[in-house]
Design a protein around this ligand. Sequence first.
Ligand SMILES: *Cc1c(COP(=O)(O)O)cnc(C)c1O
Length: 459
Amino acid sequence: MSFKTIIEPFRIKSVEPISMTTEKQRKKLLSQANNNLFLLDAEHVIIDLLTDSGTSAMSAEQWAGIMRGDESYAGAKSWKRMKAVISDLTTYDNVIPTHQGRAGENILYSMLGGKGKVFISNTHFDTTRANIEYSGATAIDCVIKEGKSPEVIHPFKGNMDVELLEKNIVKYGAKNIGAVILTVTNNSGGGQPVSMENAKAVQKVCKKHKVRYFLDCCRIAENAYFIGEREEGYANKDYKQIAQEMFSLADGAVMSAKKDGLVNMGGFIALKDKKLADSCTNTLIIKEGFVTYGGLSGRDMEAIAIGLVEVFDRDYLNYRIKSTTYLGEKLSELGVAVILPIGGHAVYVDAKSFYNHIPVEQFPGQALACDLYLKGGIRACEIGSVMFGKYEKSGKLIPASMELVRLAIPRRVYTQSHIDYVIEVFEQLIKEKEKSKGFEITCEPEFLRHFTAHFKRVD
Ligand SMILES: *Cc1c(COP(=O)(O)O)cnc(C)c1O
């Protein structure tokens, strides 16, 4: 017997109150924040879907682990526990603890990068690209063409275009390739999964040309779930075993544990090659900390060790992905254009289509994100021309390729009724669609403007 209602496979032991606000109060609060949702106080948000990073709820076991955390400077028990869990999962012997994902990227890619080096990925995540480019190297994205069109249905839209990968390796010369990085799931591409078949094909090309092959494995458990659901031969496999198989194909991995580690802070590098790991360790000691804690406290390491086991639980993953899909499919049924199929950690709404009367120069994504807040106290993230738009010399906006609003779902934080509430807020917004107006930017910094820019409604 299977039921259509998705229930959370956990009971709630500790609660954090949400402070409810009225539409009138939110109007004032948003205006005080200059219509930038990053400038709002979190306590004034009802449902916070800004990011799934570092926003997970920890389990009773993890909180118990926090108490057990061994804070010894060297050789702590918590380090040994975390290392054992990561070595078992990744199949790699060498583990380097970092305070979050980007610290690991910085250590590994600054060593393998530098001027003249090239990195190839399905899609480099922002911080991955930034660390590579900061070293002087070049980052090239080679996702399959289906991964670039929001409406095309494909079971593994995060896959690498293997032919294009090989072409690029030949073009730049294998000795100039810093590494090939497979991002699972493909965050920037909408949390779309990568198939095992694709991971194997990438391995084959990397082996043939003798180039290094790493996983950016922030959402490896969610990716394993999709493989179990969609790829032939994996239906009855354990999700951890699927992940282990994928790890075994690569030479190493970098993880931000703030995603599938189910913790609020943490990360690691794990590598097959001891020599490479030893070089990373030297940098680790200068930049993060001693080898048995890196950028982490003992309690963090304990929580990661437990989170990395819990995340592969069948019932958890089933609830996690089904709940995200439920939100996306319900919105789609209401006629809201979303990126399909729905990915693992977020639903991406096409704001250009939702507010098709607002020109891209007036940021339809910003308008939708602000309206979600005004109407329902929901905080989402614009991923469009506010985040990625550039200017011509004349000052004219060069828009981003898409105007999206991302509803990222924190892990184990919100219940089905919270999700139903989000759907209801969309129902209301649909009714008043034509009345919404766009925005202009009144002040902006030179870099990463979406974090601090100020906006004004166009009359
Ligand atoms: C979050 C993320 C990172 C960076 O990790 P931080 O912990 O935020 O530094 C790298 N790659 C991917 C795919 C991510 O989602």
